[in-house]
Write a protein that binds this ligand. Structure first.
Ligand SMILES: Nc1ncnc2c1ncn2[C@@H]1O[C@H](COP(=O)(O)OP(=O)(O)OP(=O)(O)O)[C@@H](O)[C@H]1O
Ligand SMILES: O=C(O)C1=C[C@@H](O)[C@@H](O)[C@H](O)C1
Ligand SMILES: [Mg+2]
Length: 181
């Protein structure tokens, strides 16, 4: 697989809670790739949490930091990159994502809700109705996520290991399609 990918980066996109960070780490390990999480890089660079960035500087400032980080990491190869759920929102980010293979992890809102129930680190979910919020974010973003090279549908009972294996198994078909273009 490593030979087939020829160092091309893998970008994981999808809604918050879908498992980009968890699965991305496993994929990197299996491919012998480095692992980067854009949210983690932003937190380290800013010296504050994502909640603090949203509260003190606003979402637009966070999105700018996110684009800056993505623009920098796409210069490297042999990376699996877990992105933030909203990375698809900015047109300029697609220019960076297209440097690599884009994998959309897609799970039903009920699965996301269950995973994020106790989690207070996602500012956009600090809402009186998190389920409704997730539904409207997904509705807004679905057409953007669907521009990925690979669409992986996730059900409730699949382990991160199983999902990583499914992605690895699906990659050759996408590379073949890309070579034909
Ligand atoms: N396949 C899975 N089965 C069960 N739990 C999972 C699975 N994948 C991830 N999780 C759990 O769901 C939560 C969210 O996962 P993770 O942080 O990887 O999501 P994310 O897509 O990176 O979210 P964000 O966009 O907010 O960074 C974590 O608690 C993680 O342990
Ligand atoms: O879906 C989103 O817009 C976000 C998801 C997280 O990964 C973080 O990037 C942040 O909480 C925003
Ligand atoms: Mg994450």
């Amino acid at each position: 697989m490593n030979n087939l990918l020829k160092g091309v980066n893998l970008y994981l996109i999808g809604m918050m809670g879908v498992g980009k960070t968890t699965v991305g780490r496993l994929l990197a390990h299996q491919l012998g790739y480095g692992f980067i999480d854009t949210d983690d890089v932003i937190v380290k660079a800013a010296g504050k949490s994502i909640n603090e960035i949203f509260t003190e500087e606003g979402e637009a400032a966070f999105r700018q930091l996110e684009s800056d980080v993505l623009g920098q990491v796409c210069a490297y190869t042999k990376l699996t990159i877990a992105t933030g759920g909203g990375i698809v929102l900015r047109q300029e980010n697609w220019g960076y994502l297209r440097h690599g293979l884009i994998v959309w992890l897609d799970a039903p809102v009920q699965v996301l809700l269950k995973r994020l129930a106790e989690d207070e680190t996602r500012p956009l979910l600090q809402d009186s109705d998190p389920e409704d919020k997730l539904r409207s974010l997904l509705q807004q973003r679905q057409p953007l996520y669907s521009q990925a090279d690979l669409h992986i549908t996730i059900t409730d009972n699949q382990t991160p290991e199983e999902i990583a294996t499914r992605i690895l198994e699906a990659i050759p078909s996408v590379l073949k399609n890309q070579n034909q273009n």
